[in-house]
Write a protein that binds this ligand. Structure first.
Ligand code: XMP
Length: 364
């Protein structure tokens, strides 16, 4: 039986800036120092992911590596017959196909094969698995969990590893003929420039994962016009699952996808962009109004410069099953343009205008 509770905090190198420190402080404030073990496993995770581009494979590797680190640490501490406690919530099981519908939207880290096996052996405890995030927060209020933990934005277990897109560098122009046959007309009609990007990212269509192209739109417009433009693009152009608003000064013309997989340096750059975004939300007192805000890096050179396109994805949502793009103040966007585009390697900056569906909250 669980004579003693051990808390293992594994830093997989994909956490937000200062997050590891915050987690350790939280448990220490709760008086749980004695039970807490910390492992910095950045190198193990990055090594396991070197050369891997496919998002679902990345997820499986991250999940498996976590269990490997967990088991190693348990052995080192001489703990046997232990149970794994996970904060799995209801959508995690739905999206991994854990309900009657066998479709997989994505494999959550807490639902990889090795964990499914541990579940069937009765080795996993998941007290929140029937609850949505809102209900978890209600419960947390009742239990007196500190607000900064309770109201922290949802953050995927595989962390920035999901948001750091990986590519073999081959331009992906599937369906470009059909897209380019109609997109220029649509752009003229909405009075903005529009360009399909030679990459694909995940979205959701009829409850299934689908990979399609983003369209970048450019021009001065208010939020209503941008939302309308985004809707028009989806209605009129096939093969598209996201519209992005260009935040860089001019409309780019050439996009060259680059070969890139997981590295410490890329993770650090994403962590810095993400930190600037999060700090911006707090500075403008918007953190609590936004459900979550992924920051994403896509390895593309733009107009012969840089190597990472940065995408901001602030959203409103109730349960993460659907979402709409939030409308951040232009002043904040100006500040982010200045700070993020000044980081070495950043080739461009864009704002995701897409609802879920057809996009997902995360990019992969
Ligand atoms: P999507 O991108 O499918 O995300 O619209 C829905 C919600 O799930 C979160 N998410 C995860 N959470 N482990 C988690 O704990 C994961 O592997 C994972 N993947 C996505 C995502 O941030 C959003 O809130």
């Amino acid at each position: 039986g669980p004579e003693r509770l051990h808390l293992l905090h594994v830093d997989n190198g994909m956490m937000r800036k200062y997050e590891s420190r915050n987690v350790l402080k939280l448990f220490s404030d709760l008086g749980l120092d004695e039970s807490l073990h910390f492992v910095d496993a950045t190198e193990t995770f990055v090594n396991a992911l070197t050369g891997v581009t496919e998002p679902e494979e990345k997820r499986r590797i991250i999940g498996d590596t976590f269990i490997q680190v967990f088991e190693e640490k348990a052995r080192a501490l001489g703990i046997e017959d232990h149970l794994l406690g996970q904060g799995t919530i209801y959508p995690d099981t739905v999206e991994t196909g854990g309900t009657k519908r066998a479709d997989t939207i994505k494999t959550h880290h807490n639902r990889v094969d090795v964990i499914q096996r541990m579940i069937s052996e009765g080795k996993v405890v998941e007290p929140l698995a029937q609850l949505y995030k809102v209900e978890v927060r209600e419960l947390g209020e009742k239990l007196g969990i500190p607000p900064e933990a309770l109201w922290r934005h949802p953050f995927p277990g595989p962390g920035l590893g999901v948001r750091l897109l990986c590519s073999d560098g081959e331009p992906d122009t599937a369906h470009f003929d059909e897209i380019e046959a109609v997109l220029p007309d649509v752009a003229t009609r909405i009075g903005l420039h529009a360009l399909a990007l030679p990459i694909r990212s995940v979205g959701v269509k009829a409850d299934l994962r689908s990979y399609e192209h983003p369209v970048l739109i450019h021009g001065d417009a208010d939020w209503d016009t941008l939302a309308e433009a985004s809707g028009t693009v989806f209605k009129t152009v096939g093969g598209i699952n996201r519209t992005l608003w260009n935040l860089a000064g001019t409309m780019p013309t050439t996009f060259r996808p680059l070969a890139a997989t997981m590295t410490r340096e890329r993770l650090d750059l994403l962590r810095e962009c993400d930190h600037l975004m999060m700090e911006g939300l707090r500075r403008h007192d918007l953190y609590g109004e936004i459900w979550q805000c992924p920051t994403v890096l896509v390895p593309v050179e733009i107009d012969g410069k840089g190597s990472e396109l940065c995408i901001l994805r602030p959203i409103h949502s109730e349960r993460a099953m659907t979402a709409t793009a939030a409308r951040l103040p232009l002043e904040l966007l100006g500040e982010l343009r200045a700070s993020i585009t000044a980081l070495p390697g950043i080739s461009g900056l864009a704002y995701d205008l897409t609802s879920k569906p057809p996009g997902t909250i995360e990019w992969e």
